[in-house]
Design a protein around this ligand. Structure first.
Ligand code: SAH
Length: 210
């Protein structure tokens, strides 16, 4: 299978679905998604779909990764971004092409161990990972210009809001399974704005680490 060709086809599909930011399209065309999925599913790596990655988790659908990134980065450039839910590492790798530093938290130790090896093999130098509960954020490196949460919750974790810069954006899937929507939060001095975006399907944001 020619991965480069398949990747270009995926980019064409994303353009067709409305993704416009050339930097994001370029990132999708650069990051080898097949390296972030299990060997036996590599032939599906450039389909525009979520795939299982073991540990009962999934790698997000490329369109959703592109869309979340596009909304987050619109008219902004960021130095430091926090991701909650490292999972396969694909979203972090896309972000690493677009911002200076990516901090990413994962609660499943075995999964993070595997994903860190992928980052090493692909020589990402600007992705930093933490084994922990993303509900708590990563205060040592706060405040962040932006935060992306890649697991769904019923309410915005307060620690994440606190660790976001004023004027910074957070994108987060909110709601019960089957009724989730992406929300774009913009932090203000004493409050925050909420914009409701597309309906989505994400695995749940859980508490604690395993
Ligand atoms: N960004 C990932 C998506 C992975 S799915 C990718 O591009 O592949 C969501 C991930 O969030 C899972 O790996 C899950 O274990 C993790 N997760 C769920 N609750 C979490 C929490 N409280 N803290 C950190 N990670 C969490």
């Amino acid at each position: 299978m020619n991965f480069a060709e398949a990747r270009q086809q995926l980019v064409n599909e994303l353009i067709h679905e409305g993704i416009q930011n050339p930097n994001i399209l370029n990132a999708i065309n650069t990051v080898p998604r097949h390296d972030f999925v299990p060997k036996e599913l590599q032939y599906l790596a450039y389909n525009n779909s979520a795939l299982p990655i073991g540990f009962e988790q999934t790698i997000s659908q490329p369109y959703v990764v592109a869309k979340m990134t596009e909304v987050l980065l619109k008219d902004k450039s960021y130095k430091k971004i926090l991701e909650v839910g490292t999972g396969s590492g694909y979203q972090a790798a896309i972000l690493a092409q677009l911002v200076d530093e990516v901090y990413s938290i994962e609660r499943i130790e075995g999964l993070l161990h595997r994903t860190k090896k992928i980052f090493e093999a692909l020589q990402y130098k600007n992705i930093f990972t933490l084994y922990g509960d993303g509900n708590l954020g990563w205060p040592e490196h706060a405040p962040y210009d932006a935060i992306v949460v890649t697991a769904a919750t019923n309410s915005i974790p307060i620690n994440l809001l606190e660790q976001l810069k004023v004027g910074g954006r957070m994108i987060i899937p909110i709601g019960e399974p089957g009724h989730q929507e992406l929300q774009l939060i913009t932090k203000r001095e004493k409050s925050y704005d909420v914009r409701v975006l597309d309906p989505v399907i994400f695995v749940p944001l859980k508490s604690g680490k395993i």
